[in-house]
Design a protein around this ligand. Structure first.
Ligand SMILES: O=C(O)CCC(=O)C(=O)O
Length: 260
């Protein structure tokens, strides 16, 4: 799925947009699954606003912004497990990461029309630091995205700067790295943006009349190991492709929170 030039582009720039990874039917299946997650969360009174907070926007504007965000989507609906191991997805991952690929976690990000939340520029590294920095996000577009509805923006080549200081854990100094410092990555439904967890990225407010729905998987090389015991998700380390050379060093950690 990726040419040698594509892999070289990813290495140099820390991201690549791959078009048409998912077809219309697969996108539709995921859109329905996203809608059902939101409906179930509303019924369970678990439909909180996950918009990022901070000093990167005017407080009055920030107050109005909404993000429907849920983790572990492949535990909510099998459509996402199919997406996580989709042959076109694994083909790209094998090109970028190598033969042995693990899923780290999954989530969905729905920016509703007119007030969909922004993401200040940041690296994902501080949330789940790893030794070899193989971790990357694969952000699947379920809607056409552009600057009007808050598409992802990246700073090409920024992964080569290594780990940068963040405000709290969250984001980079917004004066030094405003969202406008990113290169917009407009995409069509079915396209996937792959970017390394050191690549600086963010996205602006969805001010349009259109929803922007993305589903994001984080993947890593099976031999890459966390350096901090943080951000544990169910199913972390599911083998997506190849074999796990380090299985005997891995310890699953499940916690039963309550019984019905
Ligand atoms: O999807 C977006 O607009 C940004 C998501 C993001 O930056 C993140 O989840 O770390």
């Amino acid at each position: 799925m990726l040419s040698e030039q594509d892999v070289q582009f990813y290495k140099e720039n820390g991201y690549i947009l791959v078009q048409g990874v998912f077809n219309q039917k697969e996108v539709e299946e995921m859109r329905e699954a996203v809608d059902k997650i939101i409906q179930r969360a509303a019924r369970a009174k678990a439909d909180q606003n996950h918009a990022w907070q901070g000093d990167f926007l005017d407080p009055q504007e920030l107050k109005k912004l909404v993000l429907k965000g849920f983790h572990d989507v492949h535990y909510h609906d099998s459509a996402f497990m199919r997406a996580a191991i989709h042959p076109q997805m694994t083909a790209v991952l094998n090109g970028i990461i190598g033969p042995n690929v693990q899923l780290h976690h999954s989530k969905m990000l729905v920016k509703p029309p007119t007030n969909g939340a922004a993401f200040p520029m940041h690296q994902d590294y501080p949330y789940f630091p790893h030794r070899d920095h193989t971790m990357l996000a694969a952000s699947i577009h379920l809607d056409d995205a552009d600057m009007d509805n808050g598409c992802l923006c990246v700073i090409p080549g920024s992964h080569q700067q290594g780990v940068l200081p963040h405000v709290g854990v969250h984001y980079l100094n917004h004066k030094e790295y405003p969202i406008s410092s990113g290169t917009p990555c407009p995409a069509k439904a079915g396209d996937v943006l792959f970017f390394n967890y050191l690549t600086i990225h963010g996205s602006d407010v969805n001010r349009s009349e259109r929803t922007r729905r993305n589903v994001l998987f984080q993947y890593r090389d099976a031999s890459d190991i966390p350096t901090v015991d943080t951000h544990f998700d169910w199913g972390m380390g599911l083998m997506i492709s190849g074999e796990n050379p380090d299985f005997n060093n891995a310890k699953p950690k499940y916690e039963i929170i309550s019984e019905k």
